[in-house]
Design a protein around this ligand. Structure first.
Ligand code: UD1
Ligand code: UDP
Length: 364
């Protein structure tokens, strides 16, 4: 049996190809949702749009400080895993759900498979970097998206036999849902937008939006972009960012702030945008897959492949660099090759998991 752990928006999206594959193969599996994300548009909306089965368990942990949230996830996950006894527990990405779930499973001597293993920003100020390093070092199967991710793992002394380069499941998710999006939604019409004639923005990184100075600088950069290119700036606002904008009383006049979109709507918006400005990990990958220029409002990235092939540029949280980056990005020829695989990562991962027997079964 396969235990699928998830808790946040990107995990639901990137686990969806795994869940679909388990369903298609009629495998024995269960979904354990930690409830790290819980607002309708960060959680339930994705189960509905992607037609995923309801999680068998939801821990409803909600928000909290890092230690508080991590501890509550570990306690809840431990109870369910002890009851279900899966052969392998799958986690995806770098959130608190991932690290806490992997730790709880590993201490129960269960096999852990880490999807999107080996990413490194080499910046320990990011909570996600700590989560990635810990999870990689306690996992049994490291599903690395690229050869670069594999090299990062080897450099940290991780056994090559544990690593399998699969591509990233986001490619599967994009391929599976782009056509569905075309049939079911027309978000450009709904927002009165013309293809290639608007900017799309997301920002939610703790180090960006929890700092008044950095958030103000990012918004200043967006205003500068809008002044130079008088085009709509569509900004679906993550709940963390919404809270900070309200608390800090920062001006957002002129920008088109909206609620977060569903995946189908967001994919459609991304695929037709002039340039996407973001600090999201998944959005750097998706723009690269979709052939859309991306300006990343960070000083480093754990997705260096996007920089190497020329789909992405780092502009930091600096208003002048943001404007400069966009000036450059609008001129790029959109002809790079996607480095994240050909959309079969989910199949490969499930194939490995289906052949995995639990430690206790092997010991018998
Ligand atoms: C988390 C992950 C981050 C990931 C992001 C995806 C960690 C450390 N961070 O960041 O890596 O990129 O999810 O979006 O795991 N909130 C709501 N509704 C929700 C969820 C959050 O209102 O459904 C608000 C709460 O005020 C909460 C804040 O957002 O305190 C932050 O939520 P949290 O899950 O702690 O971190 P994210 O910023 O969402
Ligand atoms: N996304 C979405 N609606 C939005 C903004 C983003 O569906 O309004 C999707 C996006 O397509 C990507 C994922 O959310 O697949 C990225 O999640 P997020 O930026 O929250 O997290 P990160 O990837 O940085 O961990």
């Amino acid at each position: 049996m396969i235990g699928i752990l998830l808790g946040t928006r990107p995990e639901i999206i990137k686990m969806s190809p795994i869940i679909r594959e388990c369903e298609q193969r009629g495998l024995d599996y269960f979904i354990l949702h930690t409830g790290q994300h819980y607002s309708y548009e960060m959680d339930r909306l994705f189960f509905e749009e992607l037609e995923l089965p309801d999680p068998g368990y939801n821990l409803d942990v909600g928000s909290g400080t890092h230690a508080n949230q991590t501890a509550r996830i570990m306690t809840g996950v431990e109870d369910i895993l002890a009851k279900e006894s899966p052969d392998v527990v799958l986690v995806q990405g770098d959130t608190n759900t991932v690290m806490a779930g992997a730790l709880a499973a590993s201490k129960l001597h269960m096999r852990v498979g880490h999807i999107e293993a080996g990413l490194r920003s080499f910046n320990r100020q990011m909570p996600e970097e700590i989560n990635r390093v810990v999870t990689d070092h306690i996992s049994d199967h490291l599903f690395a998206p690229t050869e670069g991710a594999r090299r990062n793992l080897l450099a940290e002394g991780i056994d090559d036999r544990k690593i399998c380069v699969t591509g990233n499941t986001i490619v599967d998710a994009v391929y599976q849902n782009l056509e569905i999006a075309k049939k079911r939604v027309n978000v450009l019409k709904a927002l009165d937008l013309e293809p290639n004639n608007y900017f799309l923005v997301t920002a939610h990184r703790q180090e960006n939006v929890d700092s008044r100075a950095r958030l103000k600088e990012i918004l200043k950069g967006l205003h500068a972009v809008q002044k130079e290119f008088p085009l709509p700036v569509i900004f679906p606002v993550h709940p963390r960012t919404e809270k900070r904008i309200k608390e800090l009383g920062i001006g957002v006049d002129g920008l088109n702030l909206t609620k977060p979109f569903g995946f189908l709507e967001f994919l459609q918006l991304e695929s037709q945008a002039k340039v996407v400005l973001t600090d999201s990990g998944g959005v750097q990958e998706e723009t690269c897959i979709l052939g859309v220029p991306c300006a990343t409002m960070r000083y480093d990235t754990e997705r260096p492949e996007t920089l190497d092939i020329g789909s992405n540029i780092l502009v930091g949280a600096d208003s002048e660099a943001i404007l400069e980056g966009v000036r450059s990005a609008v001129t790029w020829r959109r002809c790079w090759k996607n480095p994240y695989g050909d959309g079969i990562a989910g199949k490969m991962i499930v194939m490995v998991c289906a052949a995995t027997r639990s430690r206790s079964a092997e010991g018998r």
